[in-house]
Design a protein around this ligand. Structure first.
Ligand code: SF4
Length: 403
C-alpha cells in the first residue's frame, strides 16, 4: 500500500499465495489480435488455433508460389508480374501469420510492400552494390565479419520465416546452398575463441531463430564457454514475422546463456500485434534485453507520425527503439530509399516531443565497410571558445558557458 493510501484495507484484494505466477501484463489496447484484422479472403480461416500457434506449421505453410498468394490477396498486375520475375533474384516466403496482416485489397499496404515482390526489385540504380556493407571483404573466416575491434557478426543460417523485400543480404539469404554448414560454424567459433579481443558476438543470418532450439543451445553454449565472450546479441525478425517461434522452451534455453540481448526489426505499427506482444513479454520476462532496429522505407514508415506510433507501441512491449537505418545501397531495393533528410526530419519530430526512450539513433551504415555513422539533426548552432550556442527541441536558442 502507498503511504498516502487511505482506502479500506479490508477492501484490498487478498495477497497472492507464495510461489504464484505474477499477474499477466494487460494487453495494450493498441495491440490487436493479428488473425486477419483487415478481413479478406484468407485460405486459413478454418485452421484450428493450436495449429495456427505452432511455429513449425507456420514454417511449413509459408506462401512461396504465385497461385498460393492469389488465394490470399487480390494481386495487382504489377505484383503478379513481379512475383514471377523476381523469383530468379530473391525467393518469396511469407508465413500465414504475416500474410494475415496484409490488406488483401490494397497494394500500398505497408505489410504487403515488405513481403510481396514489386517491379522496383528488378530495376537497378548505378549506385547499387551487391555487398553494400562490404561484409564479405571483412570476413577473416567464412561466416564471421570482423570489422569493429571488440565485436563480430556471426552468420548461422540463411533462412528466414519471411524474405523481406528490402533485405540487405539478398545476395545470400534465401539461398540454401550458402547456409552455414557444421564445419563453418566450428570454424567461426574457433576464430572467436582465438581472438581474445572479442567480447560481443552478434548472432545473425538470415535469422538465427530459424535454427532448432537444440542447435542454437549448442552454439550459445560453446560461445559461453569462451572466457572473453561477455554478451550475445541475437538479431531476429521472428517477433515480427513468426512470433509463435518464441516458445516457453526457447526462452528457458536462452535463460541459460545470459546476458542475451535480442535485436528485432519492427518497421510499422501494424506489426505490433497481440502475438508479437506476447513474444516480447516472454523474452523480457526471461531476462533478455530487447531493442528494435527499424529500416526507413519509402511508403512504409517515412512519416514521423508512423514512427512515433511504432515507437510508443514498442515501449509498451518493453522493446527499446535502438536504431533507424537509412536504407542501404543493396541491389534491388532502390525503390525503398528515401533522402537522408527524411530520417533527420523524423528524429527532429521525436526529440523533445516524446520520451527520450522513444528516440532512436538515425544511422547510415556506410558503403565500403565504413560502419554505422549517426546523421542526427545538429543541435549546436555555434561554438566560440567556451560559449556554446545550442538549439533546443522547440527551436529556441540557449547559451551554455563552460566553466
Ligand atoms: S529477416 Fe533479416 S535477413 Fe531475413 S530476409 Fe528479413 S531483413 Fe533479410
Amino acid at each position: 500500500m502507498k503511504l498516502d493510501d487511505t482506502s479500506d484495507p479490508a477492501a484490498a484484494p487478498a495477497p497472492a499465495p507464495p510461489g504464484a505466477a505474477p499477474p499477466a501484463d494487460p494487453l495494450p489496447v493498441s495491440h490487436v489480435r493479428s488473425r486477419f484484422p483487415l478481413g479478406g479472403r484468407s485460405i486459413w480461416r478454418g485452421v484450428a488455433e493450436a495449429q495456427w500457434n505452432d511455429w513449425h506449421w507456420q514454417q511449413r505453410e509459408r506462401v512461396t508460389r504465385l497461385e498460393q498468394l492469389e488465394r490470399v490477396i487480390r494481386l495487382s498486375d504489377d505484383e503478379r508480374r513481379a512475383v514471377v520475375d523476381a523469383e530468379a533474384h530473391f525467393h518469396m516466403g511469407i508465413t500465414p501469420y504475416y500474410a494475415g496482416l496484409m490488406d488483401p485489397e490494397d497494394p500500398t499496404c505497408p505489410i504487403r510492400l515488405q513481403a510481396v515482390p514489386s517491379a522496383g526489385e528488378l530495376s537497378s540504380s548505378p549506385v547499387d552494390l551487391l555487398d553494400p556493407l562490404a561484409e564479405e571483404r571483412d570476413m577473416p573466416v567464412p561466416g564471421i565479419t570482423h570489422r569493429y575491434p571488440d565485436r563480430v557478426l556471426f552468420y548461422t543460417t540463411h533462412n528466414c520465416p519471411v524474405y523481406c523485400r528490402h533485405c540487405t543480404r539478398k545476395r545470400k539469404v534465401a539461398d540454401p546452398t550458402s547456409a552455414a554448414a557444421h564445419a563453418q560454424i566450428d570454424g567461426s567459433i574457433a576464430y572467436i575463441a582465438h581472438h581474445t579481443e572479442i567480447r560481443d558476438v552478434v548472432i545473425s543470418g538470415g535469422d538465427p531463430l530459424s535454427l532448432s532450439d537444440d542447435r542454437l543451445d549448442d552454439i550459445l553454449g560453446r560461445l559461453r564457454a569462451i572466457p572473453h565472450v561477455e554478451i550475445f546479441r541475437l538479431g531476429t525478425r521472428n517477433l515480427v514475422t513468426l512470433p509463435q517461434r518464441i516458445t516457453d522452451d526457447l526462452v528457458r534455453m536462452l535463460r541459460r546463456h545470459h546476458p542475451v540481448y535480442v535485436n528485432t526489426h519492427f518497421n510499422h505499427p501494424r506489426e505490433c500485434t497481440a502475438e508479437a506482444y506476447e513474444a516480447a513479454r516472454r523474452l523480457a520476462d526471461a531476462g533478455c534485453a530487447l531493442g528494435n532496429q527499424m529500416v526507413l522505407l519509402r511508403g512504409v514508415n517515412d512519416d514521423p507520425r508512423i514512427v512515433k506510433d511504432l515507437n510508443h507501441r514498442l515501449l509498451m512491449m518493453r522493446i527499446r527503439p535502438y536504431y533507424i537505418y537509412q536504407c542501404d545501397l543493396a541491389q534491388g531495393i532502390s525503390h525503398f530509399r528515401t533522402p537522408i533528410e527524411v530520417g533527420r526530419r523524423i528524429i527532429r519530430a521525436l526529440r523533445g516531443h516524446t520520451s527520450g526512450l522513444a528516440v532512436p539513433y538515425f544511422v547510415v551504415d556506410a558503403p565500403d565497410g565504413g560502419g554505422k555513422i549517426p546523421v542526427n539533426p545538429d543541435y549546436v548552432v555555434r561554438h566560440e571558445g567556451k560559449r556554446w550556442v545550442l538549439r533546443n527541441w522547440a527551436g529556441k536558442e540557449y547559451t551554455y558557458v563552460e566553466p
